[in-house]
Design a protein around this ligand. Structure first.
Ligand SMILES: Cc1cc2nc3c(=O)[nH]c(=O)nc-3n(C[C@H](O)[C@H](O)[C@H](O)COP(=O)(O)O)c2cc1C
Length: 331
C-alpha cells in the first residue's frame, strides 16, 4: 500500500517501516511493501516514493525484512514504473515516457492538472527501463526479501504496454497481443535472472487502471485468457489478480475473475478486491490460493486475530484508506 512517506533519499519514514513490522508481528502471512519505483528518471508517480538501488536504501530495508521474517511473515517487495501516469515534477529527470504518446482522459487526482503528453519510448528506453526493474529486484533480493512482485496492474507502465487502449505502437512492441506482450516478456526474463529460484517472483495484473477507471484494459475474456496463458509460460511463481470486487463477473462471462483466470493457469493464484472478513476470505479461497487484504490490512492492525475469531468487520472505502497517508492512524 503506497504511503508516500519517503525522504529525499527515497527511504520510507520509520513509522511506515514500523507499520509493516507490526503487521508481521500480528501474524500476517505475507507482507507486501508499497510499490517501489524502478529509476530516478521517469518511474515515479506519487511524491515520497521509495527506491532500492543503492547501499543506503538496501541497508534501510534489511533490518525491516529481518524483523518481519523473524515474526514468520513471507516478505515481498513490489516494484513498478508509472509510465504515462508518472508525475514529472517528482522525477529527478523530470520526464514522462510511455509506449505511446497518449494522455489519460482523467486529470491527475493529486494536482488537478491534466497529465503531460508522454514521450513515446524508444527501444533504448525500453531496455533502460527493464534495467531499472532488474536493478531494483536485485536490491530487494540483497535486502533479504523472500520475493519480488512485478506490478503489471492498475494502468501503470507494464499494463500500458499490454493494453491496446494505451499502446498504439506499430513496431514490434505494439499491435497484436504477442507484440504488446514483448515488453513484459523481456522484463520478466531479465528480472528472473536476479531473483533466485528459491525466492518468489510474482506478477500482478488487473483489467482496470487508476486513471480512466471505467475503461476495460482488455477486450474480452478471450484476450484475458490468452494473456494469462502467456504469463503462465513465463518463469513466474504466482499470479496476483487485482479486482474492485472479487465476486463480480469478469467481462462478458458469468465467472468471477478467479474462476476465469483459473481456466488458463496452473500458477498459484492470489486475488483481492473487497475481501474484508472471514466469510469473504473463505469464499475467495474457493477459487484462489491466497486471499489478499489491502485496505483492511492497512487500517486494522489486529486483522488476523479478528479473522480468527470471526469478528464482524467493515469493508473500508478508498476515502477511509486515504487518511492513512499521515502517521496518525498507523497503530
Ligand atoms: C491507499 C492505497 C494504496 C495502494 N497502494 C497500492 C500499491 O502500492 N500497489 C498495489 O498493487 N496496489 C495498491 N493499492 C490497491 C490495493 O492493493 C487493492 O488492489 C485495492 O485496495 C482493492 O483491495 P481491497 O478491497 O482489499 O482494499 C492501493 C490502494 C489504496 C487504497
Amino acid at each position: 500500500m503506497t504511503r508516500m512517506s519517503g525522504n529525499h533519499r527515497s527511504i520510507p519514514r520509520q513509522d511506515v517501516f514500523d507499520f509493516l513490522i507490526r503487521r508481521a508481528d500480528r501474524k500476517a502471512g505475507i507482507v507486501y511493501t508499497e510499490a517501489i519505483v524502478t529509476d530516478y528518471e521517469s518511474a515515479q508517480g506519487y511524491p515520497g516514493q521509495a527506491r532500492i538501488t543503492n547501499r543506503e536504501q538496501i541497508e534501510a530495508w534489511r533490518g525491516v525484512v529481518e524483523r518481519m521474517k523473524q515474526a514468520g511473515a513471507v516478505t515481498i517487495m513490489q516494484i513498478f514504473h508509472c509510465g504515462r501516469i508518472a508525475w514529472k515534477e517528482v522525477n529527478p529527470a523530470g520526464r514522462t515516457i510511455a509506449p505511446s504518446a497518449v494522455i489519460p482522459n482523467q486529470k491527475n487526482p493529486i494536482t488537478g492538472a491534466p497529465y503531460p503528453l508522454p514521450e513515446e519510448m524508444s527501444e533504448y528506453e525500453i531496455e533502460h527501463v527493464i534495467t531499472g526493474f532488474r536493478e531494483t529486484a536485485r536490491g530487494a533480493i540483497d535486502a533479504g526479501f523472500d520475493g519480488v512482485e512485478i506490478h503489471g496492474a492498475h494502468g501503470y507502465l507494464i499494463s500500458q504496454f499490454l493494453s491496446h487502449y494505451s499502446n498504439r505502437r506499430s513496431d514490434r512492441y505494439g499491435g497484436s497481443l504477442e507484440n504488446r506482450f514483448r515488453f513484459t516478456h523481456e522484463l520478466i526474463q531479465s528480472v528472473r535472472e536476479v531473483v533466485p529460484h528459491d525466492r518468489i517472483l510474482s506478477f500482478r495484473l488487473s483489467n482496470w487502471g487508476v486513471v480512466d477507471m471505467d475503461v476495460s484494459l482488455f477486450t474480452d475474456s478471450h484476450e484475458w485468457l490468452k494473456l494469462i496463458a502467456m504469463l503462465s509460460e513465463q518463469p513466474l511463481d504466482a499470479l496476483s489478480i487485482s479486482t474492485y470486487d472479487f465476486q463480480q463477473s469478469a467481462f462478458e462471462t458469468d465467472l468471477t475473475m478467479s474462476q476465469l483466470t483459473r481456466r488458463a493457469t496452473a500458477l498459484p493464484l492470489f486475488i483481492c478486491g473487497k475481501i474484508h472478513d472471514r466469510q469473504t476470505a473463505e469464499l475467495a479461497l474457493q477459487h484462489a490460493d491466497v486471499a489478499l487484504f489491502a485496505k483492511s490490512m492497512l487500517l486494522n492492525p489486529g486483522l488476523v486475530e479478528d479473522l480468527r475469531s470471526n469478528k464482524e468487520l467493515p469493508c473500508y472505502s478508498s476515502e477511509e484508506a486515504n487518511v492513512a497517508y499521515t502517521d496518525e492512524i498507523l497503530p
